[in-house]
Design a protein around this ligand. Structure first.
Ligand SMILES: [Zn+2]
Ligand SMILES: [Zn+2]
Length: 277
């Protein structure tokens, strides 16, 4: 067997393993991590806070409604991002041809090497969702990031007061330093306890606020400027018109419902135009 054939087979195997790993991560995120996070917040953190800080029924009910609303939007937008088909269908009314798919595709479609199909108005391939983000699922993706950001800020507020219940004020500061700086652990003879683990999760929570905030800002700015992530990276200064037009072209004509309810249909302007013709 020559080296070229072996390299090709090796590459194919690595790509298959990468795809399987991507799917495992994706389904864990959807089916495991997000619901577990919500269950932990609702069944462990919430009752402790309500009892410890003596929160009244009205405020408590409001918190339950707000956190459930955030959870429904995070999971709903995540599922719709994954389930919405945004692949390009062959068309005769275009000069754009994909050499890999061997089809004539709409002018605004690009090929994704990972998905191995052409994607309508391809933005980028999302590793966590194991799916390309394009014309039909960008709305859900951006809203997913937005609601993750809101949920992380909200849970950070909750978790901070929860961790406070586990510490005296002095210990909390010391624990924070010990988690940030591992060398301090050697100077302090006291072994790490469950409190330090809570402190670690608080830092993780803060990290998720920064991560989701950065991503949401990046993608929302691209939406408003009418750019795809690819165009932004290539520094293509394309004038795509008014912010509102760009916003509606992603979130649809019923954007005011789309931003609060993931399962509401919000047709894209081009779909409305086709129906009207
Ligand atoms: Zn293609
Ligand atoms: Zn892809």
């Amino acid at each position: 067997m020559n080296t070229k054939v072996i390299t090709k087979a090796l590459r194919r195997n690595i790509s298959t393993i990468a795809k399987i790993w991507e799917k495992i991560l994706c389904y864990n995120l959807v089916l495991l991590i997000t619901p577990c996070y919500f269950i932990f917040e609702m069944s462990v953190v919430r009752p402790t806070i309500v009892t410890y800080y003596n929160i009244g029924t009205l405020k408590h009910t409001l918190h339950i409604i707000c956190s459930t609303f955030c959870f429904v939007n995070v999971v709903g937008n995540m599922i719709y991002s994954i389930a919405t088909d945004t692949t390009a269908k062959p068309t005769m009314q275009s000069d754009s041809y994909c050499e890999i798919c061997k089809i004539k595709r709409p002018a605004n479609a690009w090929h994704c090497k990972t998905c191995n199909v052409c994607i309508l108005k391809r933005d980028h391939h999302c590793f966590f969702f194991s799916r390309c983000i394009g014309l039909r699922n960008q709305r859900y993706y951006v809203l997913y990031l937005g609601y993750v950001l809101i949920s992380m800020i909200y849970s950070l507020y909750y978790n901070y007061y929860y961790v406070l219940t586990k510490f005296g004020d002095d210990n909390m500061v010391l624990s924070a330093f010990r988690v940030i700086n591992p060398f301090l652990r050697y100077l302090i003879p006291e072994p790490l306890g469950i409190g330090d683990l809570y402190m670690f999760f608080l830092f993780l929570n803060t990290g998720l606020v920064i991560w989701s905030g950065g991503l949401f800002y990046f993608h929302m700015m691209n939406v408003l400027r009418g750019l795809s992530a690819h165009e932004f990276r290539k520094d293509l200064s394309v004038d795509r018109g008014m912010m509102k037009t760009n916003f509606v072209s992603v979130f649809g004509v019923k954007w005011y419902w789309a931003i609060i309810l993931p399962f509401v249909e919000s047709p894209l302007p081009e779909d409305v135009d086709i129906k009207c013709q």
